[in-house]
Design a protein around this ligand. Sequence first.
Ligand SMILES: [Zn+2]
Length: 189
Amino acid sequence: MMPIVRGPRPQALAAKAERWTASWVEKAERGRKFKWPTWKGQPLNDVLEVSLAEMTGGHCAYCDHFPLDVEARSTIDHHRPKAAGLFPHLAFEWSNLFYCCSFCNGTKGEQWHDALLKPDELGFAFERYFDIDAMSGEMRASPAATPHDRLRAEESIRIFGLNEGNRPLSRRTWARKGPAPGQPYRFLV
Ligand SMILES: [Zn+2]
């Protein structure tokens, strides 16, 4: 999870976020499934993914997987979940959207915790919250973190499944060898 500088709100959201939000809030209450609307003939998620991927250099905003392709598809995560009873009014809020791999997004689902880290928030730095265990490759809360920062790190690791599957092994290999020149940082999720 690396710091992200958020770019300007895309034109599509500036133009229609209000209308789309009102429509989704009403549908969510009736238990309908979320579907991205279209913008100028294109699925809105395709349009937004271009701007979101620019902010992370094409990496998943949470686990850093790169590139997002068939193994871990590109998706958009609603940081505060858009489900009814949670934050449906933030479904089209630019600051709530992140470029995210399908593994992180699927693991998170509609889980939410106030402590969840947001990589574009002021003061976010990997080292402030996290540490990587060199033996196992697992991420953990930095021993130097304050109790509240530790909670934030631990909840983020849990909700995004950052130590699940092959992720620690991939992280350990990467941490030991470093990426080969020109090679992407790649987790085997
Ligand atoms: Zn991810």
